[in-house]
Design a protein around this ligand. Structure first.
Ligand code: F6P
Length: 483
């Protein structure tokens, strides 16, 4: 067993709770990451003096992590808001290969069913070099966690970047209580089996190093269990949600992450968001608003969303001039070529709608592919209809934030393939994300819904969206490690 450290609670995630960037006059600026998930985990860590282990994401962070003793930012004078953060200065090529080449390409594409299987993926010698980097990147995390964790500590490993960490860590520290949580969907065995067999097995056995493996939806946990049965021939109990493997029983759990309503409301009413709201109101007037907010991300299905809006305007002409589609699609993972191409397709689809229907006094689409967070919150406040139509999604927090922020009891047109569809059920208008015509009809139904019905549905959606806020979500998983 490796020597132990002093931390009784550790979180490991690719992205840290703080980011370091260039500030005014060349000075470094440390910013606390936004979002309820970060706040929820930070508050639990702060209570017990826990540690967050993350990767340095760019040159500036790498330099800072190297300067800090063992990567502990606070010890080098960085203001981390009282939180202990250990940032790992992985070499740039290992990081880029693991993050862009494997996590956000291969694993992301497999779990979200994004491959065009006539052409991709291709698992050749070059790809195997990327995979070796992913193994090294995971091992760097496992080694750091092994060194920092106190005997019997709880280690909460987050997401698909770190699928191998639970096993790598257990091999060094069998005394630890290890949880892993996957924030994406999990692919059915047919798609998961596209991976090279040894890699599919390595991912599954990597996760089975944990005591508890969490997902947002039962659909994803069952798919994971089926993959364990198919590719490891493990003893799987679907009803109990357990896998017996390598002499241990690993439990799966379903913890659907909700939103921190007060936090997001406060942000949506700050000065910048109010300015964004005033601007949108001026442009839109008293027309109805269909809003969407996403990272420009292939799984978010923004292009089919725009095509559905085009069908609405084509086949329900009564909405021409009466509605505006506000679509915020902020940049994401721009180092990956597919993402850059996708952004261009989104812009093309938006332009085509403008050309077909725009008039001197009506812009049918307000599409923004820049990073305007306050503007996107304003768009959610204005929503009469919220469109969330991912091809697949682990959960989809915008579907929750939009319901919390809408000042018009918004109706929600929702892909049945998003994890949140389990909670919203028929209170949303559920659609097949590939079916543009069905989505267009759902938009029409949402725009036409009587106010009383919309309000009743919205109230139930609101209580589902806020049922398990991040701090409770995190605590539930800590408790799951005790049972
Ligand atoms: O959906 C999975 C997820 O990890 C989310 O939790 C998060 O919003 C997103 O992907 C992060 O992506 P990235 O760190 O690449 O921006």
């Amino acid at each position: 067993m490796a020597a132990s450290g002093s931390r009784s609670l550790l979180v490991a995630a690719n992205r840290g709770p703080v980011s370091i960037s260039a500030g005014a006059a060349g000075r470094e600026e440390v910013r606390r990451g936004g979002g309820g998930l970060v706040s929820g985990m930070v508050s639990a860590l702060s209570e017990v003096g826990g540690l967050w282990v993350c990767a340095a994401l760019n040159d500036r962070e790498r330099a800072a992590a190297r300067r800090a003793p063992d990567g502990h930012l606070a010890e080098a004078g960085y203001d981390t808001g009282g939180l202990d953060v250990r940032m790992l200065p992985l070499d740039p090529s290992t990081f880029a290969r693991a993050y862009n080449g494997i996590a956000n390409s291969t694993i992301w594409f497999i779990q979200h069913l994004l491959y065009d299987s006539a052409n991709t993926p291709v698992f050749d010698a070059g790809w195997r070099r990327l995979w070796a980097a992913y193994e090294r990147y995971n091992r760097t995390f496992a080694d750091a966690l092994a060194a920092e964790a106190a005997p019997g500590a709880k280690v909460m490993v987050q997401d698909y970047h770190l699928n191998l960490v639970p096993r790598q860590l257990r091999e060094q520290r069998d005394d630890l209580h290890i949880a892993h949580f996957t924030h994406t969907p999990w692919a059915p065995p047919e798609q998961f089996g596209m991976l090279p067999t040894a890699v599919a097995r390595e991912i599954l056995t990597g996760l089975l190093g944990a005591d508890h493996v969490g997902f947002h939806s039962r659909r994803w946990s069952e798919a994971f269990l089926r993959c364990c049965g198919r590719f490891l021939d493990a003893d799987v109990d679907l009803a109990a949600g357990t896998v017996r493997w390598d002499g241990r029983t690993v439990r799966t759990g379903v913890h659907p992450l909700g939103t921190a309503a007060d936090e997001i409301r406060a942000k949506a009413h700050d000065e910048d968001a109010e300015a964004g709201l005033a601007h949108l109101r001026e442009v839109i007037g008293d027309r109805k608003v269909i809003s969407r907010v996403d990272r420009t991300e292939l799984s978010k299905n923004i292009v089919r969303g725009l095509l559905a809006y085009r069908e609405l305007l084509r086949f329900r002409p009564e909405w021409r001039g009466q509605v505006v589609h506000v679509a915020y699609a902020y940049p994401s993972r721009t180092d990956i070529p597919e993402y850059r191409e996708y952004t261009a397709s989104v812009q093309r689809a938006g332009r085509e709608i403008e050309q077909e229907f725009g008039t001197d006094d009506w812009d049918p689409v307000l599409l923004d592919v820049a990073n305007d967070y306050p503007g996107s919150l304003a768009a959610l406040r204005l929503a009469d209809v919220l469109l969330v139509n991912p091809v697949r999604d682990g959960m989809n927090l915008v579907a929750e934030e939009g319901v919390v922020l809408s000042e018009h009891d918004c109706a929600v047109v929702l892909s049945r393939e998003a994890g949140i569809a389990d909670q919203y059920g028929q209170d949303a208008l559920l659609v097949n994300p590939y079916d543009v015509t069905e989505t267009a009809e759902a938009l029409h139904a949402a725009l036409s819904m009587p106010a009383a019905e919309r309000q009743e549905r919205w109230k139930r959606l609101l209580s589902a969206a806020t049922a398990l806020p991040p701090a409770d979500w995190f605590r539930q998983q800590l408790d799951a490690l005790d049972t």
